[in-house]
Design a protein around this ligand. Structure first.
Ligand code: GLN
Length: 384
């Protein structure tokens, strides 16, 4: 349909997300898709059975706005067991339609026009638009390269009286970096005595390697008191298409998040919530997740030996960055497209995660794939 009517864009510099662009390109060209982060294997069939069971039992109408109680209770119990902190399922846990919705809700709940929000780049591509749509001003601090560590001096320098919020992400997408105890000390000192809030994107919380402890904000009283913690069942149960995530936060913060959530999606898919509650209440599958994905990471790294790609450390998430500077000086987005077209493997460039600094010569590969998929992809990548 043709129309001369135009919307004055609220996000003039934003196009379609790189995840949709690269997955679409991979599908169009029949390439192996190691771009968008999702498993190419199925979830536990018992989880599908559980959803079916709850549907047949008639749980097909609106869930309560804050999420069904058994799932909120299971989430609260998980935090108590893993991190020693008790969140009240009535007032401090909310189920959302994916982690991305929870992030948006948290940002919208606390950012007023003109407030500054510190993001550490590369950062997930939804953060900055969420800030901008709510009238906030993104303040970008670049992670060190190639460690993707936080330069705490730079973060301190970025804080002003207008700083409302800091968004952090561990395990980190796209870098696979994780926060350590020294980061927690720095962060605690940074926010002490201030009104700065934290959105902590912990959606890869159960995918962390080499025996390292996930430093959830929930483990640290001073940080938990000011944090919205975001989680995702898509990552934990291999069900990214179900789009169910959650937020936990102290009651006064959660009260504001819920005011947004109830008018963004109102509530989330009911039978899926009950099924997830069945699984999460006995913490089914959680302990296996890190070793399972660590084996995938190690397989992919072994298969890539002898290639001209150089791996960067991946300590968590299901992503592996590869330095391609031995192959070409092309910009990352151009090389990602050429790799898909000419070599049949799709990846994600990091430039869409960057807002100030130049993109290094790295691409992100998702290893949440069948061993056979990783083998076929690596065979192609070894020839590049
Ligand atoms: N989190 C996924 C990734 O980083 C993508 C999710 C999405 O496509 N919105 O690949």
């Amino acid at each position: 349909m043709t129309s001369t009517i135009r919307v004055q864009s609220r996000l003039p510099s934003v196009g379609t997300t790189i995840f949709t662009v690269m997955s679409r390109l991979a599908a169009d060209l029949g390439a192996i898709n190691l771009s968008q982060g999702f498993p190419d294997f199925d979830c536990d069939p018992a989880l599908v059975d559980a959803v079916t069971r709850h549907m047949r039992a008639g749980r097909n109408q609106y869930a309560p706005m804050q999420g069904v109680l058994p799932l909120r209770e299971a989430i609260a119990a998980k935090y108590e067991t893993y991190h020693g902190r008790r969140y009240d399922p009535e007032t401090e846990v909310t189920v959302t339609s994916g982690g991305t919705e929870a992030i948006f809700d948290a940002v919208a709940a606390c950012v007023h026009p003109g407030d500054e929000v510190i993001v550490l780049e590369p950062c997930y591509d939804s953060y900055v638009p969420a800030i901008q749509l709510n009238g906030g001003v993104p303040v970008v601090v670049t992670l060190t390269y190639p460690e993707y560590a936080i330069d705490w001096g730079a973060v301190r320098a970025a804080v002003t009286p207008k700083t409302r919020l800091l968004i952090i992400n561990s395990p980190h997408n796209p870098a696979g970096a994780v926060l350590g105890p020294a980061d927690i000390r720095e962060l605690t000192a940074l926010v002490a005595g201030s009104g700065i809030l934290i959105v902590s994107d912990e959606v890869y919380e159960h995918i962390i390697f080499d025996g390292v402890q996930h430093e959830s904000m929930a483990r640290h009283a001073e940080l938990a008191a000011r944090s919205f913690i975001i989680g995702s069942f898509g990552k934990t149960y291999h069900t990214t298409g179900w789009k169910v995530g959650y937020a936990v936060a102290p009651a006064p913060l959660m009260e504001e998040l819920r005011k947004v959530h109830q008018f963004v999606t109102f509530s989330t898919h009911t039978p899926v919530q009950y099924a997830l509650a069945d699984f999460l209440s006995d913490r089914r599958g959680l302990a296996e997740l890190s070793p399972f994905f660590q084996a995938k990471r190690d397989l992919f790294l072994r298969l890539m030996e002898g290639s001209r790609f150089t791996p960067l450390p991946s300590r968590g998430s299901y992503f592996q960055l590869m330095d391609y500077s031995a192959i070409t000086t092309e910009a990352d987005a151009d090389f990602a497209v050429r790799l898909t077209k000419e070599h049949g493997v799709a990846s994600i460039p990091t430039s869409p995660f960057l807002h100030g600094s130049a993109a290094p010569s790295v691409l992100r590969f998702c290893f949440a794939k069948k061993d056979d998929t990783l083998e076929r992809a690596a065979e192609r990548l070894r020839k590049v």
